[in-house]
Every structure is written in C-alpha cells, then in structure tokens.
Design a binder for this molecule. Structure first.
Ligand SMILES: Nc1ccn([C@@H]2O[C@H](COP(=O)(O)O)[C@@H](O)[C@H]2O)c(=O)n1
Ligand code: CDI
Length: 161
C-alpha cells in the first residue's frame, strides 16, 4: 500500500455581500468575499491539498483566474475535478482535515453540513472528513476581520506502489 500527504492553504479578503461560501455551504454573514470564483476558502484549500498530494500543481494551474469559465464558479466542481484526478491515478482520499480561521462567521454550526458535501464530492464516508475552526484571537488580518483563511491536510491511499 502507498500513501501520500498534501497540504493546502487559501485566503480571501472580505468585501461587500451578505454571505460566504464555506465547504459548499452558503453561510449568512454581513460581508462577502472578493474572488473570481465563489471564493470558498475551505474547498480551495482542500483542492490544493489533493493536488499537492498528487504533485499536480495548484488550483490556479487547473482553474486559472484569468479564465472566464471560472467566474463565480461553484467550487464544488473544482473538488469533484480533483477527486477525479486522484481516482484516475488509482488513489483514494483516506481522510481530509480542514481548519477555517476567522473571527466571524461562526463555522461550528455549519461544519457537519460542509463535511457531508465534501464527503459526497470526494466519494468517501463523512467520518473521513473533518472541518473545524478557530479565531486568531483578534490578531492579524483574520483577527481584524479583513479576510478569512483555511488550511487543509489530506491523506491519499492506494493499493499499488
Ligand atoms: N469562526 C469560528 C471560530 C471559532 N469557532 C469555534 O469556537 C471555538 C473557540 O475558538 P478560539 O479561537 O477561541 O479557540 C473553536 O474551537 C471553534 O469550535 C467557530 O465555530 N467559528
Ligand atoms: C479558484 C480560482 C478560480 O479561477 O479563483 P479565486 O476564486 O479567486 O480563488 P483562489 O483561491 O485565489 O484560487 C485561484 C483560482 O483557481
């Protein structure tokens, strides 16, 4: 059996709006995010973790921000594409763990809904997907409420070498 690990990180600045997309879930908020796509930091970090584990570059290489096809795109499509890439190579997502960093909105009440969507889009059981959150105790850009960040780690497993 072979294993691979991958790490991902994403940030989006807050802008005008009334919601943020997080893990595919529309979370009501008094700000939106500035982004080319729907700006879902959870799913972008997860994509980068999966692509990193495969050594296939990053999300911007697969979905260039200069490409109008990805304007306002649903980031769940990016996750499904990355999941296809790993399956094509014989890998399966073993587990994924995501941390969202922001003072607000509160992520906890939405975490299980995010886990369910990610599990659905990557073809794994819900208990293989973790979504959690922390504030940065008012420090830094997240602490000042200027933006939102997410980190992701994933493990890939494959029977073959
Ligand atoms: N945006 C957030 C931030 C935090 N949480 C939850 O609150 C707990 C305490 O956060 P600290 O930064 O003070 O450690 C954290 O463990 C999360 O459960 C949240 O839901 N959404
Ligand atoms: C997702 C893409 C899609 O064009 O654009 P953004 O929504 O701006 O998000 P980012 O995290 O900067 O990743 C780059 C792009 O791949």
């Amino acid at each position: 059996m072979s294993i691979r690990i991958g790490l991902g990180y994403d940030v989006h600045a807050f802008g005008d709006g009334d919601h943020v997309m997080l893990g595919g879930v529309r979370v009501a908020h008094d700000r939106g995010v500035l982004a080319h796509s729907d700006g879902d930091v959870v799913l972008h970090a997860l994509c980068d973790a999966m692509l990193g584990a495969l050594a296939l570059g990053d999300i911007g290489r697969h979905f260039p921000p200069s490409d109008p096809r990805w304007k306002d795109a649903d980031s769940r499509a990016f996750v499904r594409h990355c999941a296809d890439l790993l399956r094509e190579r014989g890998w399966k997502l073993g587990n994924a763990d995501v941390t969202v960093v922001c003072e607000r909105p509160k992520v906890g009440p939405h975490a299980d809904a995010m886990r369910r969507l990610i599990a659905q889009d990557t073809g794994v059981e819900v208990d293989a997907v973790s979504v959690k959150a922390t504030t940065s105790e008012t420090l830094g850009f997240t602490g000042r409420g200027e933006g939102i960040a997410a980190q992701a780690a994933c493990l890939l497993v494959r029977d073959a070498p």
